[in-house]
Write a protein that binds this ligand. Sequence first.
Ligand SMILES: [Zn+2]
Length: 502
Amino acid sequence: MRCKQSLIYEAFLQHQQLGGRKKVPVVLGTHLTKAFLRTHRARQHATAILVVDLEAAFYKVVRPLALSGYWDDELSACMTARLNLPADTLHALHNNLQQPGATLTAGMDARSRRALQAVHTDTFFQVSSQEDRTQTHLGTRPGDAYADVVFGYLMARILHKCQDQLSQLQVLSEIPDMESPVLFGRAGHQRPSPVPFVGPVWMDDLALCLWGQTTDAVVAKLGVATGVLLDLFREHAMSPNLSRGKTELILTPKGATKQEAKRRIAIANACFNRHRRLVFQNQQLPLDKRIDLFQSLVMSKLSYAMETWKLQDWQTREYVHAAIMRLYRRLLKAAQMSEQACWGLLNQDQAWLDLVQDDLVWMWHQLANTSALGDPAQHFERWLEIMAKAGPTFLFESTQCGACLKEYVTDGKMKTHLIRSTPCRTYLLSHGGRYHPAPGLGSSEDQQRHIEHDNKLPPLQALGPVLPPPRQRDLNLVHWDMHDAIVESALTLEAEDDFRLA
Ligand SMILES: [Zn+2]
């Protein structure tokens, strides 16, 4: 039955109903939601994702809504009492039951429809220690391998209605209709009319995706859409579970940035800390066992759905690298391993390697037109040489700031200026200025300048050509080693007395 009817079924499903379709992976829903968020964030929109959970969804299906067929008032009354349906909802449910079932709307032929109804007639179950049997009228479970399809039909019926109503009320999101990915500059074919986008649905899990030009606009849309959606569910005898941790709302105001990478790193760190003493830094456990456990417990949490992350900016990339390296350092802290052995471990970590490779390719793309350096995939030896030689960056060699063109007279003042002025610092870093180290703060030359000019000459503003504003990048202003040292010692202190001693 499943195989024979899959064409009709898939054609009837709402566009974003992913569960039950052939060849659709379960992470696609997550990916679609994130892609929606990123796209609208890039356009400076506010977004709202309403994640709806349905209570015991499969067990409450009113079968005629999906399959047509017999239903009587006595059953209705009994069911309303059990599901606590309010009176107005009952009326709407009654109306819905007068309309053709979803299989009929989907265009399934009469014989198949009757076969489906027959399978769902006089269903019963028995509890093993009891003699009696219980007949069931509601739901597509227990004991029905076809349950998800019947549920899918009913859900499609609701989603189609939802889509129509949201569209009329002008709160429905839309996406371009394209059939293949656009990578490496391939031209994609876009069909003229857009696809209505309710949001990804996996069986009974739904993530309604909305956006607005302003935060107020998306909140207004959300009010309308939530009302429509929750009413439709109730009118089809399904109860959204509105308790804490079940139905949730993710509202991203205009201009906010939410970084998945940071959240995953926090989760991985929490996991490491939880098992630190017993597992990861436990000298009694052989290192290879600890590495296995580290990979399966910590790295799996960090890299969960990593393929759907996008590391928007230089700082986030830096942050992810540093976080992964810190976790490894803490794991190997007591192990006294040589650098070679450390690489052996890192090289097993495909997620991190992919990240690095991706970075190098990205860097090469930035440099390809201005240097003779080859593709890192083919000329990696040369890249390694350069990486080994590269020293610290010196952002200035005179007492004039290359960004704002102010003359500070002494190196000390110039240095303080760069520490304080984020715009000037990011400007110099982004334009890749590299200078030879010069005598700096505390040197006899600077001392001399201090005596001759300081407090006599104010900083002087010069004028001149400046380069266009750069991509944002900045020094890492967090002292991670100190952070780690504090965390480590806080974790080893257990009693209040220990804190006092420390
Ligand atoms: Zn400056």
